[in-house]
Design a protein around this ligand. Structure first.
Ligand code: SAH
Length: 246
């Protein structure tokens, strides 16, 4: 198999004090191949070069998880359940499932063709710790087996932060963590998000700025925690969170 991502192995260590195992590294290569091959027909990502794939998909997906594990080890437990809301071509959920084989990672997207791709991908990568779901976050979060069922909820590039908060808090267990993957971040967004979270039983635990290691891009990961049950009227009906953000 080709080794297009091998040259980044020391960068993992330098930036995150962590390195994928050989098995994980070969799964990353396979993932890159499959995403590239499917991309033409499916429009999964505009990213095609190995450098960009490594930085914007792999590093970006996993840096937030390394920080979570290093900073909040007490939140990890057996049967750890994760959901990636709006996973698209499988990010950040698939890289997370690759590096944390003991976590059960649900991959949710409202688009059937994306989930068809992600399902096939997880079979080809022989991942046994993933489950795929087609549906809207608003509907899934009102569905008993999913409501307040997850220890960790991930959401990247799906909607504005207040809309993301309405999607993720209802899925989160009390005491659980949600990570909003954002680019630039402003104090106004913090204030606005705090207003939304108050209604959802959540609060901002940490705002972690990050610089991507190859191109110096700005990222912010917003770590939310859940301290109270989310009132049953959230999330509102399909489409409403986006049309009338909290
Ligand atoms: N998280 C991926 C994809 C981002 S594109 C990445 O960062 O690369 C946004 C994805 O969210 C699309 O695939 C879209 O179908 C999905 N999506 C948007 N709104 C959604 C909702 N309410 N519920 C579930 N999926 C949603």
């Amino acid at each position: 198999m080709s080794q297009q991502l091998a040259s980044f192995s020391s960068l993992w260590f330098d930036s995150l004090s962590w390195q994928p195992t050989e098995i994980q590294q070969s799964l990353f290569e396979k993932l890159y191949e499959k995403v590239l091959a499917a991309n033409a027909g499916l429009n999964l990502t505009r990213i095609t070069e190995p450098e960009e794939f490594w930085e914007k998909h792999l590093w970006d997906s996993l840096s937030a998880i390394r920080h979570f594990i290093d900073t909040y080890p007490q939140r990890l437990k057996a049967n750890f359940k994760v959901i990636d809301v709006g996973t698209g071509g499988g990010f950040p959920g698939v890289p997370v499932a690759i590096v944390q084989p003991d976590w059960l990672v649900y991959l949710l997207d409202s688009t059937q063709k994306k989930i068809t791709f992600v399902e096939r991908l997880t079979v080809e990568l022989e991942l046994t710790n993933t489950r795929t779901i087609v549906g809207r976050a608003e509907a899934i979060a009102q569905n008993k087996p999913h409501r307040e069922a997850y220890d960790l909820v991930l959401i990247r590039a799906v909607a504005n932060a207040n809309v993301c908060a309405e999607y993720v808090l209802p899925l989160l267990k009390l005491g659980g963590t949600a990570i909003l993957y954002r680019g630039q971040w402003t104090p106004e967004e913090t204030r606005s998000l705090e207003g939304a979270l108050e209604q959802l039983g959540g609060k901002i635990g940490e705002i972690k700025p990050l610089t991507t290691p190859l191109t110096g891009g700005i990222r912010h990961c917003i770590y939310l925690t859940k301290f109270a049950r989310t009132p049953p009227n959230f999330p509102r009906a399909v489409g409403i969170p986006n049309q009338q953000p909290l």
